[in-house]
Design a protein around this ligand. Structure first.
Ligand SMILES: Nc1ncnc2c1ncn2[C@@H]1O[C@H](COP(=O)(O)OP(=O)(O)OP(=O)(O)O)[C@@H](O)[C@H]1O
Ligand SMILES: [Mg+2]
Length: 466
């Protein structure tokens, strides 16, 4: 954005000498100054037309009160900032002007340098405000493109994400089933929050609380001093310190042990931490975003989760709904992933979905949510080369093909008392699948829920391609 530290200033003072003096001083600073003498009934219209950045308005004009003009400027919602000039030293007058929306107030005779400084500060503030609103807009649009879906549910989610991010709250809890997009939402929040950072570089670190045993997670998060425990050969900064000024994403917070939960609570409440084995309180400024697909209230009841931490995290919470509750988003998501993967794998043939295939995608329940949809589309793009994706190309559980998981779950293979060679069974099944699919290997692979490569391997191994 272009820097602008020159202002357009409109001076309204019926003392021509003072007006000229102000004009000279401000022009010397490079500002553009207007000091037209107009009949006062026209003045607000004139201000509106030339939309100055700043209006210098004398309070006691001959014929009309500056206060009235100020009121009219505000009523007309003119965005210019108004600085009042007066020889009236009473505090009440100043208070009245500020209440009516003036940004500042100068008592005559005033020092011209003081006026210059006030204008400089105002411009700086205005510039910052512009920059912030511009960046917020850019970043909101950005995450609008990333969080795909225009269903009411998704639109509401995006709005809430934007509101929470702009409020820069200290901690956020994101709940939702696996694969619904919790991490995506967390990253969007982070970006909107820190879009204003001059080089867009606030750190974002993600930790999965399930992946590490308690003591490792503790040293990962809080760091340690040298010699704090046997393996601590040198001091180490924890992720909270590394993420200072940015965001820590705690994935699966429900799996964090209670001892660590208390330490986390301290970071949230005191904004300081102590490394393992350390004595100093180290201040940290981080936004903590925690995610969970568990019901934390239940975990509180079983004693696995601290109620005070839940309250703290719950202050700002978001729930990302499962895909089956926003089926209207499925076509857009499917097309989005199709575009993404055809580009990634340079697949130039697959163009879209047949009506029937799209209907099947929309009626499936997606227990793995958006991640499952993404994976299904990726597999199709890698394996298929027909222009339109048909039901035949979809996994069995979605296309309701025989051999789908739901059908096989209660299927029992009779094992003879004498036993059976597993390899024989495999050979038999691959052969049957090929027969059933009339030699169509893609379909045969689907019937057995194996990849095309696996099928090809077995066909070769058992010599079924004769
Ligand atoms: N609304 C969406 N638009 C586009 N892509 C999405 C959307 N929601 C999720 N995704 C994509 O789906 C995948 C899974 O999302 P993500 O990893 O954020 O889910 P999660 O809720 O964190 O899952 P888990 O609970 O398993 O950690 C990611 O590739 C993500 O980019
Ligand atoms: Mg996740």
């Amino acid at each position: 954005m272009k820097m602008r530290n020159r202002a357009k200033v409109f001076v309204i003072d019926d003392d021509a000498l003072i007006a000229a003096m102000i004009a000279r001083a401000l022009k010397g600073e490079g500002h553009e100054v207007l000091t037209e003498s107009l009949s006062f009934s026209d003045i607000v219209r004139r201000i509106k037309d030339c939309s100055p950045d700043i209006v210098l308005l004398d309070i006691s004009l001959s014929g009309r009160s500056g206060i009235e003009i100020l009121e009219e400027i505000k009523e007309e919602r003119i965005s210019s900032e108004v600085i009042m000039l007066t020889s009236d030293e009473r505090v009440e007058t100043a208070v009245k002007c500020m209440k009516l929306g003036a940004v500042d107030y100068l008592t005559k005779p005033f020092n011209l340098d003081e006026l210059k400084i006030i204008i400089r500060n105002l411009l700086e503030k205005k510039l910052l405000r512009h920059e912030v609103s511009y960046l917020r807009k850019v970043y909101s649009e950005l995450f609008d493109k990333e969080i795909i879906g225009e269903s009411v549910i998704t639109r509401e989610l995006k709005e809430k994400v934007g509101r929470i991010a702009r409020a820069r709250v200290p901690s956020i809890l994101i709940t939702g089933e696996s694969g619904t997009g919790k991490e995506l939402v967390a990253r969007c929040i982070h970006r909107v929050m820190h879009g204003g950072c001059s080089n867009g570089c606030a750190p974002f670190v993600a930790v999965n609380c399930t992946a590490l045993p308690e003591h490792l997670l503790e040293s990962e998060l809080f760091g340690h001093e040298r010699g704090a425990f046997t393996d601590a050969k040198s001091e180490k900064k924890g992720l909270f310190e590394l993420a200072d000024g940015g965001t820590v994403l705690l994935d699966e917070i429900g799996d964090m042990r209670p001892n660590l939960q208390s330490k986390l609570l301290r970071v949230l409440e005191e904004r300081t931490l102590r490394r393992i084995g350390g004595r100093d309180e180290i201040p940290v400024e981080v936004t903590v975003i925690a995610t969970t697909n568990r019901n934390l209230m239940q975990a509180v009841e079983t004693g696995d989760f601290r109620l005070d931490l839940l309250y703290r995290l719950n202050t700002f919470s978001l729930t990302v709904p499962p895909l089956r509750e926003k089926r209207e988003d499925i076509p857009a998501l499917a097309r989005h992933f199709l575009g993404h993967f055809t580009r990634q794998y340079n697949n130039r043939t697959v163009k879209g979905f047949s009506r029937e295939a799209e209907d099947l995608l929309c009626s499936y329940d997606w227990p793995g949510n958006i991640r499952e949809l993404r994976n299904v589309i990726e597999r199709i793009v890698v394996l298929e080369s027909s222009e339109l994706i048909q039901p035949l190309h979809l996994p069995g559980e979605i296309a309701h093909l025989p051999g789908s998981r739901s059908r096989t779950s209660d299927y029992r293979f009779p094992l003879p008392d004498s036993g059976l060679s597993l390899e024989e069974v495999e050979r038999e099944l691959f052969q049957q699948a090929l027969e059933k699919a009339k030699g169509n290997r893609t379909l045969a692979a689907r019937l057995l829920q194996v990849s095309y490569d696996t099928l090809r391997y077995h066909v070769k191994k058992f010599g079924l391609d004769a």
